[in-house]
Design a protein around this ligand. Sequence first.
Ligand code: ATP
Ligand code: MG
Length: 443
Amino acid sequence: MPNDVIFLLKKLNNSGFLSYIVGGCVRDKLLGQTPNDYDITTSAKPDEIKEVFRDFKCVTIGEKFGTIGVLLNDVLYEITTFRIDGEYLNYRKPKDVTFSDDLKDDLARRDFTINAMAMDVDGKIYDPFGGRDDLDNKVIRAVGDANKRIKEDGLRIMRAIRFAGRLDFYIDEDLFEAMSCNREILREISVERIFDEFSKILLSDKPSNGLMIMQETGVLDILFPEIKRTVGFDQFSPFHDKTLFDHLLCVVDTVPKDLTLRLSALFHDVSKVDTLSIGEDGRGHFFGHEVKSAEVAREVLKRYKAPNKLIEKVSILILDHMKVHSEMTDKALRRQIKRVGRDNVLDLYDLLIADCKCTRADRDASFIEERKKRVINLLNEKEMKTEKFLDVDGKDIISLGFKEGKIIGEILKDLENLVLDDPSLNDKDYLIDYVKRNYKTGD
Ligand code: ATP
Ligand code: MG
């Protein structure tokens, strides 16, 4: 236990209160992982917590629910009074809470047995619901009656999927049943909370674990019917050895752990379902599916109130994911960098590499990996570094006698393309001469 946490626990104990670390941090410690934060639970009531830590900065927003934040060495620790949750409102939050003197009451309100353990300052574990056994057996199990616990708070459906996915655990049968039977409750929960949990599912080591559970419980159909349609979808292609859903899962697992990339991977081919045509050779074709898939991704992400910047980038990556010709000249790559933007292009290549690896088991993606290296080199060229890279500007063109207006933009665009094709031409004298040779001033 970190020294600061020991300090907080001892300070409460020395004032006559019980105190423990609780929940996720105990679970993570038992799994041999370093907890990302430490929550503390205590028999002290909020007023008493404030009194014990009167010399520290305290945050009291959560006071009604028993939580006082205590700032110690720039870290905010949440210290919460043992509590029993009252009746639940709107499938999400207890109407009120009652404080208790008994640790067990506090553990009983927690969602899963592996999250319902506490540890005192000496390292002794309190585990009234068998969380340790469930950790050993790799099971996510509700504390108490699964159906009741899921009905109280629908977000627990997403939490169960997240923990099972992240830890690669099974979901206990009763809990699984409760999740599937009550999946409609998810419609009552705010889209922001759902998207937050879903993002965490996507950012685990192997998101396909969670996505598979979403499919098996029917949660996928409630939250993302667009993706549900890809389940079992045959691509009629000798280039693919997986159904569309399995291909999406593979790409999601293969791209780096980044939310934009994981979302792009999940949606990049969704509209293959709507664009399938079978050629004379019996093969599936999906003309324009990248445009439709980008549209679907935008709609879905808007529905979940995702940030606009994220939506924009996901859409850019999906739109360009079919630009993987067997040969690409530097010229074509420079245009691609300009089209998708230098901040996006390397992510695009990560998507392309994963997409290629997930087509057929024997597919070699090294040609795209090589191409990514070329793109990295091209990004170092002066022309690729700025929006305005030309050695001439509008004023230079006007001074040749052209009238201000549309024609100036057209000429500059033409010069840009010329230079992107061959950067050695980015020379003021050459460009001026080129304009003189190819355009008439019109007077
Ligand atoms: P993470 O490692 O993702 O932070 P965590 O288990 O610490 O996982 P938190 O959301 O930080 O999750 O919550 C801390 C603890 O509070 C949980 O371990 C659990 O005991 C309890 N808890 C959190 N959310 C709920 C909930 N919706 N229903 C019941 N108990 C909950
Ligand atoms: Mg936590």
